[in-house]
Design a protein around this ligand. Structure first.
Ligand code: SF4
Length: 803
């Protein structure tokens, strides 16, 4: 017999699918897709459908621990003998498989079933009071002795918005430094920077329905089939119904996403700026230009076009594409009105990531194809709550509610709202710089929450050494033994998926509840509560007297609407009055969600009480969607009144009363220059690209628990072109050593023509826990985009040899 079903959200990628979880009397959990959730309408991918298989307590951190002496770092401990092969696995690497059709059958794995109670063997167990007192004391001492900039939080897109809000409030408003950054820095910081440069705000102008309504979808730097599988399924299904829809994939690799592509452009690594600059120069000579839109709603076109034209002759050389391919792509863009350009880590994780984002946005501004049904640039976030973290100021260069740390009036407003004793006066350390500051001793106390930087940061061995040598390290996590927890002085057991309570925001600005359906195991606590418990011990009790996540959400909502008046894009101010009961039953909704000041270019995409007005520019396809997504036209909440209507009169007047969040309310073209990025030379002649695989998530602490997920690709590997493998003398599934000036790894060769010549691809997931010497980020230098601070994780010069 099943208990009541609980509606929650998947904890993996930024698609943000709705999940229905049920717990049987015997404790068995089953999950299925939520047919009512507007992100997935019942679909789940392989990872989402296996969630129930990942909920046992094996390896869980169940009690606080205080450790007198963390372990030696990998460089101190590691010899040369290890290889990146999981010893319990077969010696062959399974080839890539087609994307499976995933059923939503229950998965009756009993929670707690398995090898044991993980943490029982460890002897440093402490009480919560002992652990929290120590954390508060060490942070307070560091601040008193060395100032607020001597402490740092490194948080995660796995945190819920309420957790993020509490952490950001404590650091920026009460400790008084902005040294809080997030692993989302590795994921979408370039998109944030690009949005802010172009729109004056970190606004994603699109929604998922645009993907179904577009006539041309460009997927650049995105293996959607593996990294955002349900969105891929939605697009594949739309294309099946409407074969005239065209799909272009821009990616050096021929990924699984190319299976639905009409055109695959195997662009050179970091050739994207050249490609989109060339497109802008081409469009300027075509009838596709929207001169009225450029004149009325933008600035900077002439400069951006001049920069694009200056480099146009080099497009072929910098992209590595043939003239025929380039022209075919440009003509397709030129002649198709409804175009959505989706971009993800292949764009963001680059030393020119922000310029790539703006090169893409420039083309949409030039054609007025933005904020209208079936059109727009669309950043796809990697993590489940990267967007929620941005909303509450989880990035070191932002304040809460998308306010800007550089603006004195924003700092003053946030400080006044919080009644805070201090407010950070300048941007804090971004992730890469934060760990450099840990390494050189500037950071005396570091709190890592829900992430594993010893695996995921570039130059990972240096990061491990830095953490190992930091005077005081706290790690909150759900797992006892990760590559990072071993260096912690204090371990704090956090709640995991199924136990956590709060909200997340997906790539289309949709806020959904993550609800608990399992009891907290051992002594685990929600991250928000742990942070508040430390804040109280540091003397900030009154500001952190939250009793539940609903109260934090209400305060977050109130801050978003505080003295806003339409000045800022993120506004959910009408939810400031939310009661615990309404929070409990909150349905997914998109921001901005207020009756005040919503810009019309966003209002077009909002669920709208006025219904028909929300589709005023839509053609017949949208009329059909209207029926399908009838529920989207309902009021978003009983707390929220009518949304403002949008300008009547069709597409040409769509922006007539609209505005962007720049001082003059006009969008900005950004002049960007395409440059050759050379990372290879004689000693390191191959380009290393890193990324995700279909069935694992981040550093595998959850997905590796599922046998069927692990069966997809069971060992760390490197995809390599057959010609390169032949030249190296490497056979399929033989071991190869990959080296850079920063480190080396040993993995198996997976020989495939999908991988272009002179390059290899290695997944990011494997850690020392699962296979020795396979952490690919030990190879990656800490080069970052100068605007966003996002590391360049996909373009590294390496050497390869048989092992
Ligand atoms: Fe979860 Fe993403 Fe898969 Fe949806 S697409 S089920 S959010 S991993």
């Amino acid at each position: 017999m099943m208990t009541a079903e609980v509606k929650t959200a998947c904890p993996y990628c930024g698609v943000g699918c709705g999940v229905i979880a049920s717990v049987a009397d015997d404790g068995a959990v089953s999950v299925k897709g939520d047919p009512d959730h507007p992100a997935n309408f019942g679909r789940l991918c392989s990872k989402g459908s296996a969630l129930a298989e990942t909920l046992d307590l094996d390896g869980r951190l169940l009690y606080p621990e205080i450790s007198p002496s963390p372990l030696p770092s990998p460089r101190e401990e590691r010899g040369e003998g290890g290889i990146g092969v999981a010893s319990h696995l077969s010696s062959s690497v399974p080839g890539s498989k087609e994307m499976a059709t995933i059923s939503m059958s229950p998965s009756p794995r009993v929670r707690g079933e398995g090898k044991g109670e993980g943490q029982a063997r460890h002897s440093n167990r402490a009480t919560w009071d002992e652990a929290l007192d120590l954390v508060a004391r060490k942070f307070s001492e560091a601040i008193a002795e060395h100032g607020p900039d001597s402490v740092a939080f490194y948080v995660s897109g796995q945190l819920l918005t309420e957790d993020y809000y509490a952490a950001n409030k404590l650091m920026k408003g009460f400790i008084g430094t902005a040294n809080i950054d997030t692993n989302s820095r590795l994921c979408m910081a370039s998109s944030v920077a690009g949005h802010r440069r172009a729109f004056g705000s970190d606004t994603v102008p699109g929604v998922y329905e645009d993907l179904e309504e577009a006539d041309l979808i460009i997927l650049t730097g995105s293996n959607l089939a593996w990294c955002h599988p349900v969105l891929y399924q939605r697009i594949a299904s739309a294309k099946e119904k409407r074969p005239a829809m065209k799909i272009v994939v821009i990616d050096p690799r021929r990924t699984m996403t190319c299976d639905i592509a009409d055109m695959h452009l195997s662009v050179r690594p970091d050739g994207d700026v050249a490609l989109f600059n060339g497109l802008l120069a081409h469009l300027a000579r075509s009838p596709a230009m929207d001169d009225d839109f450029i004149r009325d709603h933008t600035n900077g076109f002439a400069e951006a076009l001049a920069a694009a034209q200056k480099g146009e002759a080099e497009t072929h050389a910098l992209t590595g594409l043939s003239i025929e391919e380039i022209i075919a792509f440009y003509r397709l863009f030129e002649t198709t009105q409804k175009v959505v350009t989706c971009y993800s880590q292949g764009v963001n994780q680059s030393s020119s990531g922000t310029d790539k984002v703006n090169a893409i946005i420039n083309c949409h501004l030039a054609t007025g194809r933005i904020g209208r049904p079936g059109m727009g640039p669309f950043s796809l976030t990697g993590q489940p709550n990267a967007m929620g973290g941005r909303e509450v100021g989880g990035l070191a260069n932002m304040l809460a509610a998308h306010m800007e740390i550089e603006k004195p009036e924003h700092r003053e407003r946030v400080q006044r709202f919080w009644n805070a004793p201090a407010i950070a006066q300048k941007p804090g350390l971004k992730a890469v710089d934060m760990f450099k500051a840990v390494a050189d001793g500037r950071i005396k106390a570091l709190w890592i929450m829900g992430t594993n930087p010893v695996v995921s940061m570039p130059d990972a061995d240096s990061v491990a050494e830095a953490i190992r040598n930091c005077p005081f390290v706290v790690v909150s996590d759900i797992m006892r033994d990760t590559d990072t927890t071993q260096y912690a002085h204090v371990l704090l057991p956090a709640a995991g998926w199924g136990e956590k309570d709060g909200t997340v925001t997906n790539s289309e600005r949709r806020i959904s509840r993550q609800r608990p359906f399992l009891p907290l195991p051992g002594e685990a606590r929600g991250d928000w509560r742990i942070i508040c418990d430390v804040a109280k011990r540091m003397g900030f009790g009154e500001a952190f007297a939250f009793e539940n996540p609903a109260q934090i959400f209400a305060e977050h909502a109130a801050l978003s609407g505080f003295e806003n008046g339409g000045e800022r894009d993120f506004d959910i101010g009408d939810y400031a009055r939310i009661s615990d009961a309404v929070y409990e039953t909150l349905k997914p909704f998109q921001w901005p969600a207020t009756a005040r000041g919503t810009p019309l270019w966003l209002a077009s995409h909002l669920p709208h009480k006025g219904g028909d007005q929300a589709f005023i520019d839509a053609g017949p396809k949208s009329q059909a969607l209207k029926g399908k997504h009838q529920h989207l036209r309902q009021p978003i909440s009983p707390l929220v009144g009518e949304m403002p209507g949008r300008a009547e009169g069709g597409a040409s007047r769509f922006f007539a009363n609209g505005r962007f969040y720049t001082p003059d309310h006009k969008a900005r073209f950004i002049a960007v220059r395409a440059m050759a990025t050379e990372r290879v030379h004689a000693a390191y002649p191959l380009v290393l690209n890193t990324g995700r695989i279909r069935d694992q998530w981040h550093t595998m602490t959850r997905t590796a628990k599922s046998a069927r997920l692990s069966a997809h690709l069971a060992e760390p590997f490197a995809e390599i072109n057959p010609a390169d493998a032949r030249a190296l003398g490497a056979g399929d599934a033989t071991l190869i050593r990959i080296a850079s000036p920063h480190g080396k790894i040993v993995v198996r060769a997976l020989i495939t023509a999908r991988q272009p010549r002179s390059s290899i691809f290695v997944p990011i997931h494997w850690t020392d826990q699962f296979a020795s010497n396979a952490r690919v980020d030990v190879l990656v230098p800490s080069i970052t985009d100068s605007v966003s601070g996002q590391p360049a994780l996909k373009h590294v010069g390496v050497s390869v040899e048989p092992y």
